[in-house]
Write a protein that binds this ligand. Sequence first.
Ligand SMILES: C[S@@+](CC[C@H](N)C(=O)[O-])C[C@H]1O[C@@H](n2cnc3c(N)ncnc32)[C@H](O)[C@@H]1O
Length: 302
Amino acid sequence: MRKFENYDLISRNSNLKQDFKLSEGLERKLIKLSYQTVLTFLKNVFPLFDNETSCEECTDKFIKLFSVAKKQNLISRGGVPEKNYLLLSMTAQLLNPTLYVESGFFKGSSIHAVSQSKKLRRIIGFDPKHTNYRAILPKHLNVSLFKSDFADYDFNEEDLSLSLLYFDDHINTAERIIQASDKGFKNLIFDDSCGLMGTVERKFPSMPSLFFIENIENFSKNDEILWSKQGKKKLNFFNLFDINIKRKKSYLSFKFDEASISLCREAKNRILSITKMPDLNDFIKTNNLTTNDVTQHFVVLK
Ligand SMILES: C[S@@+](CC[C@H](N)C(=O)[O-])C[C@H]1O[C@@H](n2cnc3c(N)ncnc32)[C@H](O)[C@@H]1O
């Protein structure tokens, strides 16, 4: 790039030996800007949205929470990446649910991200495997974690009027929407329920995902997607270097049939709106994404 060096404002100093660092105060400025983006997003989803939490408050809480999450090793493989942790934290602080329900809590990084919202009192989580769970949550929260499935839990004793339901279980999105609607939930967030690219990058996509449900009238019986996913294992040696080992490749496919098409139609009938949540790449550095599409979607049910 010698041609442009007169205009280049980047300092290129190999003595710096700094992988990533923001100068004092810059992280705060960026997090404050992310608050505005999430607020604008929520006002778009809920035109009458009444904001009760200030930018300063959300920013302070996020910065503390994020540093605790890093110490608890929650921002790591299998948990939510940094930008989605920020998105969940801001969304929860602004929406202020009293009840948070999550299906697929794994190590608890997304539960941790929402745990500081002001009015939150109750958390209910579902995951068949609890051995990876490691989030330490505020003591005042009434937390119940189950190995059973979300579909089998009786929510009659719970107050769902100010609830937020998060799906990160990679289970068939159409089924999850119908179940959530039958149980009386209105506000849902889906992780990993994407369109073509976000599906064929995954071994466990939640098919039929939101994109296919929303556009179901454009698909027909026997429409099929085939893809493969290379299994990988990363071995780390003395925290100094990683070696990626290739494992068995999986070959996967999804074909529409009458049953899946009518399931998608049923799910679509229950939906008021589906909105892509903002990508917060502009405000926070996210490390080691294994998939290129990590979009989260906000779904409001009728
Ligand atoms: C990508 S991880 C979730 C990450 C998690 N949200 C976090 O932030 O740490 C997906 C999880 O879904 C769980 N899962 C699989 N089947 C499930 C089911 N039927 N109900 C709930 N969770 C399920 C897996 O055990 C796994 O822990």
